[in-house]
Design a protein around this ligand. Structure first.
Ligand SMILES: NC(=O)c1ccc[n+]([C@@H]2O[C@H](COP(=O)([O-])OP(=O)(O)OC[C@H]3O[C@@H](n4cnc5c(N)ncnc54)[C@H](OP(=O)(O)O)[C@@H]3O)[C@@H](O)[C@H]2O)c1
Length: 395
């Protein structure tokens, strides 16, 4: 078999074509996702001894696909040596071939893929945390052979069982952001019942899960969003305290006059006042950060004394400029967090399998529309998660 049609599953598990369709980024066309990503035919990869080839039924769109297409802030071609980049760090699919050392999975198993790769052999992998491995990489971002292709090659430890109640598209939509939010709130910030948790971008990929995790932990999420449609979405997830950030002018600009700084601080205080009004006079115990430059000074300011700001990203810029007096005088902590280890992914997936946490798949796109889906994400014209149908049947 030379190629395989989209939306089909070969009758014989393991039967593999020579070539596959993949959404490819090349160095010479880095830029807006709509131009940088193109469907091409490439060879199907062969799994190594501890790797698995998965037939991709559906893939999930993440912000790292936008970074990869743009080649900014870092080109993916500085992170790996492959001549082209297949992005995509979320997928659901069928185990198609397994390497000689793989014991936990067999061809035919239905799986979801988590995106952390590590060497599996160093002391960090075996005693500390695979996220501390010096070879740790995010599959489909720092490596090629991601999920926007008919087949993907992953480490066997990246697989978790697919929740039976979910369709392929929904199952492909949650791994990266949900497992990241789980580590941030459960592992790093150790949110407790009764905590007030300020969640930026609450209707976005991370936020939809942060809200649900807070509710499950008995904490009180304060959801920040930017439109009425997003207010409805976060309310449907259980958020009761909701703020529309468009009503406040606290966004930090790269260069500001003293008057602008004063105006921004006045708005930040007004925002803090609104949070206290919602919580009955309390400041957030934890701030869930991933917006970066524009919001970080506000996060540090509004966080409670001795509170925690947990951060995993910087959509609006990674050079954070904030008044550190509010951090040290009030003894707050900043916690960096990055994806999750396999154990955290497995534990979080169990909550998904039991239906205690649910995916929020807002739109599904055809495989050829993968660039468009990323463009919408870049322009913040989406909510919840966006899915890509690959081998899953058309509705
Ligand atoms: N380190 C990791 O493991 C990891 C994992 C996942 C994601 N990330 C990073 O985290 C970030 C968010 O990811 P995501 O999947 O949640 O993206 P997303 O679906 O685009 O959601 C981000 C949300 O942030 C809000 N936002 C955007 N610009 C903003 C601004 N200037 N001020 C305030 N809010 C703003 C938007 O909500 P409103 O417009 O409604 O406010 C948007 O819905 C990305 O930079 C991503 O690369 C890192």
């Amino acid at each position: 078999m030379r190629t395989l049609e989209l939306h089909t599953v070969p009758k014989t598990v393991g039967e593999t074509p020579e070539l596959m369709q993949a959404v490819v980024i090349r160095k010479e066309r880095e830029g807006d996702p709509i131009d940088a990503m193109r469907v091409e035919e490439v060879p199907v990869p062969e799994p190594g001894p501890s790797e698995v080839l998965v037939l991709v039924m559906a893939a999930g769109v993440n912000f790292n696909g936008v970074w990869a297409a743009q080649g900014k802030p870092v080109s993916v071609f500085r992170m790996h040596k492959d001549p082209f980049h297949i992005a995509g760090s979320d997928a659901s699919g069928i185990v198609w071939k397994v390497g000689a050392e793989v014991r936990r999975w067999k061809p035919g198993d239905e799986v979801v893929i988590h995106c952390n790769q590590s060497c599996g052999q160093c002391p960090e992998c075996n005693g500390l945390d695979p996220m501390a491995c010096s070879e740790q990489k995010i599959w489909g971002y720092e490596t090629s052979w991601g999920s926007f292709a008919q087949f993907t090659k992953v480490q066997a430890q990246q697989l978790v069982p697919k929740p039976k109640q979910l369709g392929w598209e929904a199952a492909a939509s949650y791994g990266l952001t949900y497992f990241t939010a789980y580590r941030m709130l459960v592992g790093r910030a150790q949110v407790k019942p009764g905590d007030n948790v300020l969640v930026w971008g609450a209707a976005g990929g991370l936020g939809i899960f942060a809200i649900q995790i807070c509710k499950l932990l008995g904490a009180n999420p304060i959801a920040v969003v930017s439109s009425p449609a997003k207010i409805d979405l976060v309310r449907s997830l259980g958020a009761e305290m909701i703020v529309n950030r468009r009503e406040f002018g606290f966004a930090k600009q790269p260069v500001e006059t003293p008057e602008q700084v004063k105006k921004r601080m006045d708005e930040t205080k007004r925002f803090g006042g609104e949070l206290r009004r919602l919580t009955g006079g309390k400041d957030p115990d934890v701030v869930f950060e991933h917006v970066g430059a524009e919001t970080f000074p506000t996060s540090v300011f509004v966080c409670k004394r001795f509170g925690k700001i947990v951060i995993c990203g910087a959509t609006s810029g990674f050079n954070l400029d904030f008044d550190v007096r509010y951090l040290w005088m009030r003894q707050k902590e900043i916690l960096g967090s990055h994806f999750a280890n396999a154990y955290q992914a497995e534990r979080a997936n169990e909550l998904m399998m039991s239906g205690k946490i649910r995916p929020v798949l807002d739109q599904v796109f055809d495989f050829a529309e993968t660039p468009l889906a990323h463009q919408l994400m870049k322009e913040n014209k989406h909510k919840g998660k966006l899915g890509i149908r690959v081998q899953a049947p058309l509705p």
